[in-house]
Write a protein that binds this ligand. Sequence first.
Ligand SMILES: [Zn+2]
Length: 163
Amino acid sequence: MNQRNHSCCDVPAGVHFSICRECGNRGKPVKEITLKNIVKEARLKAVNGLDGFYFCETSTCKVVYFNNEKNTYLRKEDVKVRVGIKETEDPIPVCYCFGWTQDRIFNQIKQLGYSTAIQEISAKVKMGECACEIKNPSGRCCLGEVSRVVRRGMKLYGNNKKR
Ligand SMILES: [Zn+2]
């Protein structure tokens, strides 16, 4: 087991999962602290206990958090932030701690031929400056998603202008 330094990157992936009834895909568990910071206050009050919730990662599914046992489904309109993986129009947030959007990454690739997002974010994560647990709706480190967006951008706009 490799031990990461920061609590935001600590959530074990793939250990537990639950099926989102709306889209039929697996969701990953989210912590109460994430829900407390991401879900709109008025909606939070109506939820009876924040344990046992899961995050739905399906891009086309409007459900963000679900708890089948409590029969509670929190949707895009119930949360305070734009859920990047569920958005198709700008701004599409990718990294919530340091403000990287898909557009910012794509523009960098258009101008430079590459993106510095992964290096810059990794450096800040190492310094302990990330707060994914309370800023990212998934409650997890954004680096996996950032890599995916960079790869997509390189395919779309990357050229061989690399340094
Ligand atoms: Zn879903």
